[in-house]
Design a binder for this molecule. Structure first.
Ligand code: UD1
Ligand code: M6R
Length: 416
């Protein structure tokens, strides 16, 4: 049942390349131009009518490694059967509100910026319990997305009933077909990541981010001004499974890092922008599994308090992969170095400025460095969390705790 792995969590971490393919399967379509005129040299696809759905094989072939792009002469589109009839209504909403708990909430946080960017509709995020505690105002012209792996989380389900009573359009993003949230929502998207057994959510998280990005692409497909950006994202969607496979091959490096950190009592994690979610999710994984105190911190808040925690004994993870905030993250790294912090850095392959700095004589050994491929900024959190899922897994095994069933927790939290 564990497919040769020691624990379900490890299996589910390694299933992510194929889970991403399953999430995209049948949902990425290529509108092929009519090739019957001319010599057909612009068409790299067989003529199969005007819309070709990519199957999982196509997705696996497209790794960006020199393969002929599948869509030369074709326009990529996202197809989300459940959402299509409601897309116009959703776009007319005054607000898009994402409601979730725990890891599912972090998935919403990771994808928020791209939804705002592509739809230009204000996006709010709500922890389900907090929305209910505040009895927050919701209106008929709001669309609420309820994001849940199990589809049975009590707080999220209660928030859904609350939103329904206020007349908001309720959309589900669930990994479980036939679950309460799937049944109770007006429409939605199944994540299709496959069954997740480990209490710690791993493949559901990365696939939830992917689904929300695909929803943003779907909702913005008629926007000419967003066309270039959409195509960029679509192209990188197909590269994700092979890039994810490359991250997973580095498990040995992460295991060594886990050995170095296994006796610590605390671990801080800094990120910002798309990767604030990565820092929060890393900290949640570490605390729920290894019982080590861990805190995810928005790097922009460093000087507003957390910097006081930094000294030569405090391990601090910094997510500094290449995006528009890379310079700001470099400045965070400098701040932490100045206080002699023990750094673990996640950086992009080929970021020679950072890599050379720490390979130089002066700073050699001042940071442990993990590298990942660079992908489109809004998809980067999907890759970036993987080394930290592995880190929390190995920390837990080394500390001798139950990986798949941490104390006091249940896979589905069906009571408030
Ligand atoms: C659907 C089929 C899939 C088939 C594909 C072919 C199901 C579950 N899915 O996938 O097997 O290969 O058509 O075209 O039969 N929904 C909600 N709330 C949610 C999630 C989903 O109401 O939280 C609704 C959707 O609006 C939709 C239905 O459930 O009406 C199925 O959703 P989804 O599986 O995402 O649709 P497709 O990807 O089109
Ligand atoms: O099934 P859901 O996605 O609604 O569950 C929400 C949280 O309970 C869940 O993500 C929890 O935080 C995970 N165990 C974290 O790994």
């Amino acid at each position: 049942m564990k497919g040769g792995y020691d624990h379900f969590m490890q299996k589910e971490i390694h299933e992510q390349p194929s889970a991403l393919v399953e999430t995209m399967r049948g949902r990425i379509a290529l509108e092929v131009e009519d090739c019957s005129e001319g010599d057909g040299s612009e068409c790299t696809l067989e003529r199969q009518g005007s819309l070709k759905l990519l199957d999982s094989l196509d997705l696996l072939k497209e790794d960006g490694g020199g393969a002929e792009p599948l869509w030369r002469g074709a326009t990529p589109r996202v197809k989300l059967g459940g959402l299509e009839p409601h897309a116009e209504n959703i776009l007319r909403s005054r607000r898009l509100i994402f409601v979730a708990c725990g890891t599912s909430y972090h998935a919403c946080l990771a994808a928020r910026q791209v939804v705002e960017e592509l739809t230009r509709v204000p996006v709010a995020l709500e922890l389900a319990s907090d929305l209910l505690d505040r009895q927050a105002p919701l209106y008929r012209d709001d669309t609420c997305f309820f994001v849940s792996q199990s589809g049975e989380t009590a707080d999220t389900l209660n928030a859904l009933q609350y939103a329904k009573r206020r007349g908001s359009l309720c959309v589900g993003i669930t990994n479980t077909v036939g679950s309460s949230i799937s049944r109770e929502t007006a429409c939605g998207v199944h994540v299709n990541a496959g069954v997740e057994i480990g209490v710690a959510s791993t493949k559901a998280y990365t696939c939830q981010i992917l689904v929300i990005v695909m929803i943003a692409l779907k909702l913005s497909e008629d926007s000419i001004s967003k066309g270039k950006r959409r195509n960029e994202i679509m192209r990188d969607l197909l590269r994700l499974p092979s890039m994810m496979r490359r991250v997973l091959r580095e498990e040995g490096v992460i295991k060594n890092l886990a050995r170095e950190l296994a006796q610590e009592t605390s671990l801080l994690a800094f990120g910002r922008g798309y990767n604030y979610a990565t820092a929060l999710e890393l900290a949640l994984k570490v605390k729920e599994l290894s019982y080590m105190h861990s805190e995810g911190i928005l790097a922009g808040e460093l000087k507003h308090g957390p910097l006081a925690l930094i000294d030569e004994t405090m391990p601090a993870v910094v997510v500094a992969t290449n995006d528009a905030l890379r310079e700001k993250m470099w400045s965070t790294i400098q701040q932490l170095l100045a206080r002699k912090g023990r750094l673990v850095l996640l950086v992009s392959k080929g970021d020679d400025d950072i890599l050379n700095y720490f390979n130089g004589e002066e700073n050699d050994g001042r940071a442990r460095i993990i590298t990942v491929d660079t992908v489109c900024d809004c998809l980067q959190p999907i890759l970036n969390i993987v080394p930290f899922q592995l880190l929390s897994y190995h920390l837990t095994v080394l500390r001798g705790f139950n990986v798949d069933q941490p104390r006091n927790l249940a896979k589905s939290v069906t009571v408030e």
